[in-house]
Design a protein around this ligand. Structure first.
Ligand code: NAP
Ligand code: MG
Length: 491
């Protein structure tokens, strides 16, 4: 059955009969269809969100009341964890334990923002003024109707990163998941329906970026656009936002560096390098895809990395023991293969991988790939590949490592490893990136700010920064004095 659209608290069909096939990347088979919403459907969804914001109870409820519903959503996600994780595996291809982790994290995100919703009830800030005839306070209010557009790499989790803070703030939302992985977002719609979120507060509309996504970003009834995806689409969203000066937050791509100093434990370095690039098949915005290794340990580290990378169990996400699943779809698979080919044509050397594993004839499988010997201007070193492909280069001086790390148009994340804490801190502060990991790579915490410098984005998600994305700040100032103002009328 073709999944429907969730608009205004109802399951509705599209005005178009177009459907999008849902493909399992480990078998390349179509196993379901979703609705391809068009601009009319988006218009209906935005009107529902508008009505819920302008006339519904949601924005005026106490934060503590909204928190009750957010906690119910978290509980239902947890209850349906196995089903959601299985769907994520079929839709996206990721190994089952990673999918389980995503679902737990999505539930945790709703619980976290439930707490922050409560804290809003107590958030009026008295602003001391030099002029004592006035009293002043700053109050936080929901921003309005948000349009959220998310990618396919962490389907439910990326939805949670936007839906949870928006609802906590009292906003209403239209969410468009990626057409590549929409199934768990539709389960989220079932969940919000079951907990009786007021109609129109969250609307979930499946469809392509070119149609549904574009219509949402250009809709005049949307006050804010929250986007996660690629830099080119981010630029398109920004242009769409400019017409009506919509508020925006953008979480875009990366080509994040990982600097390993010679005093590091080589086994720990290899483990974190692999976690930094092979987790989720390297389809991670913050993947540390450029590794800089101090020259004295470069040969030894590279040897161990290649040895371990070649041992990674590749297979379907639902098979026990799988550590690397297929890439998400055919076009992404071809994109990654082409990136490797181009890099090699421009001088990069494959230290391991680079091919379809011989025993896996169908599915978008690629061996874990390590590339070396590229120049800094090689596109494999500069451009985001979004696959299990890591580039490794030696460096000699700390200043050189920092320069090479910062020589990028991206600035999402970075990692540094050394036993010298002072050096780690010094280097961390010099790296032009929104997230810096010391002696690790990738751990992500709901409490801490997430987002990029340079072309990696605008704004921060998660933590209280994430809530702030969906809030306006209002100044309320009162004239307390009994004395006449006395400008025009003088007694
Ligand atoms: P993408 O092509 O930019 O797509 C992202 C979303 O935008 C999808 O929902 C897509 O819809 C939609 N879209 C496409 N064209 C659109 C348009 N003209 N107007 C409005 N919406 C449009 O990115 P992707 O390839 O799916 O995702 C990978 C990228 O996301 C990578 O660059 C990665 O680094 C980045 N990412 C960043 C973060 C972060 O937190 N910084 C997290 C995850 C991913 P359809 O898919 O349905 O076409
Ligand atoms: Mg799929």
């Amino acid at each position: 059955m073709t999944k429907q659209l969730y608009i205004g608290g109802e399951w509705v069909g599209s005005t178009s009969s177009e459907r999008i096939p849902v493909i399992n990347p480990s078998t390349e088979e179509v196993f379901d269809y979703i609705v391809a919403a068009n601009a009319d459907d988006i218009d209906t969804a935005v009107k529902a969100a508008r009505e819920a914001f302008d006339s519904g109870p949601w924005p005026n409820m106490k934060g503590a009341e909204r928190a009750v519903l957010l906690r119910q959503i978290a509980a239902k996600i947890t209850e349906r964890k196995a089903e959601l994780a299985r769907l994520e595996v079929m839709d996206n291809g990721k190994p089952y334990p990673e999918a389980e982790w995503d679902i737990e994290d999505a539930a945790g995100t709703f619980s976290f923002y439930a707490d922050l919703a409560e804290s809003l009830d107590d958030s009026d800030e008295v602003i001391p003024l030099a002029d004592e005839r006035f009293s002043c306070k700053a109050v936080k209010e929901p921003l309005g109707v948000a349009g959220a557009i998310i990618p396919w790499n962490f389907p439910l989790l990326m939805a949670a990163w936007k839906v949870a803070p928006a609802l906590a703030a009292g906003c209403t939302m239209v969410l468009k998941p990626s057409e590549v992985t929409s199934l768990t977002a539709l389960v989220l719609a079932e969940i919000v329906d079951e907990v009786k979120l007021p109609p129109g507060v969250l609307n979930i509309v499946t469809g392509s970026g070119a149609d549904a996504g574009r219509a949402l970003s250009e809709h005049p009834g949307v006050d804010k656009l929250a986007f996660t995806g690629s830099v080119p689409t981010g630029a398109t969203i920004m242009r769409a936002a400019a017409t009506e000066i919509k508020n925006i937050s953008l979480e875009l791509g990366g080509k994040s560096p990982f600097i390993v100093f010679a005093d590091s434990d080589i086994e720990a370095a290899v483990e974190w390098i692999m976690f930094g690039i092979f987790w989720n098949q390297g389809q991670v915005c913050s993947a540390t895809s450029r590794v800089l290794v101090e020259a004295s340990i470069y040969p030894q580290l590279l040897e161990r990395l290649v040895e371990e990378a070649a041992k990674i169990t590749i297979g379907a996400g639902h098979e026990a023991g799988t550590l690397l699943g297929p890439l998400v779809n055919e076009s992404q698979y071809q994109k990654v293969l082409t990136a490797i080919e181009t890099g090699v044509a421009k001088g990069a050397v494959i230290a391991c991988g680079g091919q379809r594993p011989a025993e896996l004839k169908t599915g978008y499988y690629l061996q874990p790939t390590v590339l070396v010997d590229m120049q800094e201007n090689n596109p494999v070193w500069q451009e985001e590949i979004f696959g299990p492909v890591v580039c490794v280069k030696p460096f000699t001086a700390e200043s050189d490592a920092v320069r090479m790390a910062n020589n990028s148009r991206f600035g999402l994340a970075a990692a540094v490893m050394s036993r010298d804490d002072e050096r780690c801190d010094r280097v961390a502060r010099q790296l032009r990136a929104g997230i810096v990991w010391i002696n690790c790579s990738q751990p992500t915490f709901t409490e801490a700010p997430w987002g990029g410098y340079k072309q990696s984005g605008i704004g921060r998600e998660l933590g209280h920064w994430g809530l702030n994305n969906y809030l306006e700040t209002k100044q309320i100032t009162k004239y307390d004095s009994d004395a006449p103002w006395g400008w025009y009328i003088r007694s």
